[in-house]
Design a protein. Structure first.
Length: 118
């Protein structure tokens, strides 16, 4: 897959490669654990007609999308079972991405959150 996650001590980094990074106009998104308000796995279908800086073709969404009054970063080819991070104090209000084994990735994210929020 053209996306992978790097877990560091203080943040997770979403890395994009190949055509995915070209379509999203971005190679990585750094998200401090302290800025994650909520992390879930769910379906997230985003209209292809949303204002965006990136790519929106068929079910593919790559790039920055204006959702409500906040810019959000979205990267998926299939809107089902994507990781959804709701953020506070970050340049993006949400980061939504498709990845292999989303529930395992979500569990790892949750493992990192208590150390920051305790």
């Amino acid at each position: 897959m053209a996306r992978n996650i790097e877990f560091t001590k203080d943040s997770l980094i979403l890395h994009l490669s190949g055509l995915t990074s070209a379509a999203a106009l971005k190679r990585e998104v750094d998200i401090p654990y302290s800025q994650i308000k909520l992390a879930t796995v769910d379906d997230y279908k985003l209209s292809m007609f949303r204002f965006r800086v990136g790519t929106s073709i068929a079910d593919i969404r790559e790039g920055r999308f204006l959702i409500g009054d906040r810019w959000c970063f979205v990267s998926y080819e299939n809107h089902q079972d994507v990781v959804i991070l709701e953020l506070e104090g970050h340049e993006f209000g949400k980061v939504i991405f498709q990845i292999d084994e989303p529930h395992a990735v979500l569990a790892t994210i949750h493992e990192h959150l208590p150390a920051v929020h305790s």
